[in-house]
Every structure is written in structure tokens, then in C-alpha cells.
Design a protein around this ligand. Structure first.
Ligand code: SAM
Ligand code: SF4
Length: 456
């Protein structure tokens, strides 16, 4: 299936960031705080497009593979208490930006925001509408754990105005599900997909994983055939990130059952083959979309972006993160809300923007970020585009990018990174290693002690 030798796979199997931002989150520090963020929010121009992200860090089950910031709870009261704090945070931010800004995207992520009962979604919507102005065609999306959704909950999503949903599948094989503590039948998933479509939520994404414990090529094939039979518009195919030093519950996974490098790599290539044969277009390193989907169109029109949700069509300059651990971005920098729910609550109750850390973005960061985003989205660096858009950064900085790229071309004996008349390209064969190539342009990588997941 693949013509990559074990030696090649091993050579590129280094740990590297996924570059959902640049600079990446481990380089945020407490040098940026709520006063900086307040000024950045005040600078938002009237009418500017803003995206909102709301984090719900609760789940009614705990899957052992999970790398998300969440907490297991069988009671609903902690969720209700948390929502009260989120409402206060919405009012704090609303008081600063007023109704000047136009919300063009709203994403509810987690955890499992699908735990929210219809009456609470109603309250959340009321609070959002009282404090922000939404554009008529705003994209409103939610991450769903489909395991325990009934009609009442689905109608709550419809009433909220959701027009996109992302459904977690991971893998349908029973053995794999046991090994990751995530039972979920195909039938239940299909009925959620049908239920969403019945209430008009037609734009659907499904998340699947490779590299999970006990996963095999044939099991993954079955899962993907079942996924494709549901005709989602998008499929995200992530490699399982095993980071037990950060996520203690991953220690429940028997490491001996995790596929080795070669097996994991073959699973990823098989997924690409199957999904492209099924009519999906590959988007960047881990997404697939039907040709008529807006993500596929964005790739064609070169408006594709990368953000904390992966690949996106969202081109607003402002992202406001609400809820514990959420990340926000303005042209001046990134900020992250305090992850621990108790401290986050304390800050909001004190009337503070609950920022714990962040980073200012310099013009050089912007240039590097654009280079890395081009590599992650288009597998190339278009030098003319860079020079046109970053002339103010100075030729010394673009020359540095040239130097790094030329050294990379010269040092890459596999011929995966090449120079062309327009710039530099990661060849088709080299695409599985895009994260490693992007990492060469990351100025922060050698500072600090951050540990990343494996990049193949
Ligand atoms: C924030 S989770 C929410 C999904 C939802 N709660 C569910 O369980 O269906 C979003 C996605 O992140 C991915 N994910 C979670 N942990 C991961 C890990 N350790 N490695 C790779 N992807 C992971 C999964 O594919 C999951 O569907
Ligand atoms: S995968 Fe989803 S349901 Fe499972 S623990 Fe993570 S966020 Fe919760």
C-alpha cells in the first residue's frame, strides 16, 4: 500500500507540534494578562467579524484515549454551575466589545457540549444575543458525543440555531472500543446523523482516529466504510496522540496494544486511499471533504486557514475564547483562559477577564506563521505571495526563510522538500511529514521544554 521503508518512517517519526497556531500554546507565558487582552478587545473596530469559541469541559463518560481538556461527571449540577460563570464571562467581554463586532462563527467545543439540555442552550443563546450581535449567516457549530442523545436534545441543537455538527466516532470495532473505554454502535451513530439531518443540521463532520490500541488495517477499513456510508461532508482523520504524561487516564491504555510505527503509518495511508477513492478531497494533513463542501472550495480558492479546530474557512482576525482553557486571538496576540475550572471561576467572579497566559505576536511571528500555515494547508511556500504580503517585515527576514528552505532542500536526501520556480514544495510523497518540515521554520521550537505528540 505504501512505498515507504521502515527506515524512512522511523527517520521522520519525531515529535512535532500540530501547528494549529504559531507560536504554539506551550510558548504562551504569564507575561501577557487580562489588561493586555482588554486593550486588544477594545481595539476591535465596529463591524469587524469575530469568531466565538465556548469550551464546555465536561463529559458524562471518560474515554481513555481522550486528549481534550475535560472532566468526567455523572451529575449535571457542575455543568449548570459552570454555565453560570460562562454567562458572567460573556457579559464581561460583551461590556468591552459591545455590539460593535459582528459574530460570524460560534463553535461549542469540549468535552461534550452535547451534554447541554435544551433549556440551558436556550439560556446560553439568550445571553449571547443580549451581549453580542450575530451576522445573519453566522456559522454555528457543536461537537457531539453521539452516545446518549435523544430527540429532545437534538431539537435543542436545532432551536439554538446550529447549522454544523461534528460527531465523534473514533472507531467502530468492538475490541478497539473496549480498549479505549468508548462503546458506541454504528446504529446509534446513524440515528444521530439522521436525526440531525431531519432537523436541518445538514453540514456534518465525523472524527475518526488511526493508531488506536488494537486497531488493524481491516478494522479501520470497516470503520471508514461505515463512516462513508453516512455521507458526512467532512471527515477528520487524526492520529491517536498518546501523551500519558499530560493525560493520566491514557495510562489505562495498554501500551503494548498500540500499533507500532509502521502499522500506524500504513493505517494513515490506507485511510487516505479509501477516503479519496470514496470521493473525498484531502485537505491538509488530516481532513477530508466532499468537493462541494466549503473546506474543499477554500482549498481551491486558497482561502483555507488553520486554527485550533484544525482546518477552517474562518478568516476573521478575531477569535474570542470563552470558558476554562479557551484560546483567543487578535492581531496583537494570543491569550489562554485559565484551564482549572475553580481558578477560572474565581477570576470571573472577581470581575476579571480569566486570562492565565498568552503571547504577543511580532511581525516576524506573522511571517513565520504564514510560512507554516502555507506548508500545513498547501504543502508549499509561495515566495511571491510572501514577498507581496510581508514586505514590511524586511528582506532580512524573508532571506532567513529562504536560507532555512534551501538548507532543507539540500539536506533532504529523500527529495521530499524541493525548490521550484515559485518557491518550495513538499512533494506528494513527503506530505505525511509536513509537520516535521514546518517545524524547521518554528523559531521557538528549541526554547522551553514542551513535549509534543509523534508527527506521523
Ligand atoms: C474535543 S473531542 C470532542 C468529541 C466528543 N466529546 C466525542 O467524544 O465525540 C474532539 C475530537 O478530538 C479527537 N481526539 C481526542 N483525543 C485525542 C487524542 N488523544 N489523539 C488524537 N485525537 C484525539 C477525537 O477524534 C475527538 O472526536
Ligand atoms: S472523547 Fe469526547 S466524550 Fe470521550 S472523554 Fe473526550 S471529550 Fe469526553
Amino acid at each position: 500500500m505504501t512505498n515507504y521503508s521502515s527506515a524512512i518512517i522511523e527517520k521522520y517519526a519525531v515529535n512535532a507540534p500540530r501547528y494549529t497556531s504559531y507560536p504554539t500554546a506551550p510558548h504562551f507565558s504569564d507575561g501577557v494578562g487580562q489588561e493586555d487582552y482588554r486593550c486588544w478587545l477594545q481595539a476591535i473596530e465596529p463591524g469587524a467579524g469575530v469568531s466565538l469559541y465556548i469550551h464546555i469541559p465536561f463529559c458524562d463518560r471518560l474515554c481513555w484515549f481522550c486528549g481534550c481538556h475535560t472532566k468526567h461527571t455523572l451529575k449535571y449540577q457542575p455543568v449548570l454551575d459552570y454555565l453560570e460563570v460562562v454567562y458572567k464571562e460573556i457579559r464581561l467581554v460583551g461590556d468591552i466589545i459591545g455590539k460593535n463586532a459582528l459574530i460570524s462563527q460560534l463553535h461549542l467545543g469540549g468535552g461534550s457540549p452535547s451534554m447541554l439540555m435544551p433549556e440551558d442552550l436556550r439560556k446560553l443563546k439568550h445571553c449571547l444575543q443580549s451581549n453580542f450581535q450575530f451576522s445573519e449567516d453566522a456559522e454555528i457549530s457543536i461537537e457531539l458525543d453521539p452516545s446518549d442523545l435523544d430527540e429532545n436534545m437534538l431539537s435543542g441543537f436545532g432551536e439554538f440555531g446550529m447549522n454544523r455538527a461534528s460527531i465523534g466516532v473514533q472507531d467502530f470495532s468492538e475490541e478497539v472500543q473496549k480498549a479505549i473505554n468508548r462503546p458506541q454502535s454504528f446504529e446509534d451513530t446513524r440515528s444521530v446523523v439522521n436525526g440531525l439531518r431531519e432537523i436541518g443540521i445538514n453540514s456534518l463532520n465525523i472524527d475518526a482516529l488511526y493508531g488506536l490500541p488494537l486497531q488493524t488495517l481491516s478494522g479501520l477499513r470497516n470503520t471508514l466504510e461505515q463512516v462513508v456510508s453516512l455521507s458526512p461532508d467532512r471527515i477528520a482523520m487524526f492520529g491517536y496522540a498518546h501523551v500519558p504524561w499530560m493525560k493520566k487516564h491514557q495510562q489505562m491504555i495498554d501500551e503494548a496494544s498500540i500499533p507500532g510505527l509502521d502499522a500506524r503509518f500504513s493505517q494513515a495511508r490506507q485511510a487516505e486511499e479509501l477516503l479519496t477513492e470514496a470521493g473525498y478531497q484531502q485537505i491538509g494533513i488530516d481532513h477530508f471533504a466532499l468537493p462541494e463542501d466549503s473546506l474543499a472550495r477554500a482549498l481551491q480558492e486558497r482561502t483555507l486557514k488553520r486554527n485550533f479546530q484544525g482546518y477552517t474557512t474562518d478568516n476573521s482576525q478575531f477569535l474570542i475564547g470563552l470558558g476554562a482553557s479557551s484560546i483567543g486571538k487578535t492581531p496583537q496576540g494570543f491569550v489562554q483562559n485559565t484551564p482549572a475550572t475553580l481558578s477560572y471561576t474565581r477570576q470571573v467572579e472577581n470581575g476579571e477577564l480569566p486570562i492565565s497566559r498568552g503571547i504577543c505576536i511580532s511581525p516576524v511571528d506573522n511571517l513565520r506563521s504564514a510560512v507554516i500555515e502555507q506548508l500545513m494547508c498547501y504543502f508549499e511556500i509561495d515566495f511571491q505571495w510572501l514577498e507581496e504580503n510581508f514586505s514590511q517585515t524586511g528582506t532580512a527576514e524573508t532571506d532567513k526563510i529562504h536560507d532555512i528552505a534551501r538548507k532543507l532542500v539540500a539536506g533532504n536526501e529523500d527529495g521530499y522538500f524541493i525548490e521550484t520556480k515559485d518557491g518550495y514544495v513538499i512533494t506528494r510523497q513527503g506530505r505525511p511529514f509536513a509537520r516535521q518540515f514546518a517545524a524547521h521554520f518554528d523559531e521557538y521550537l528549541n526554547h522551553g521544554s514542551a513535549r509534543y505528540s509523534i508527527a506521523v
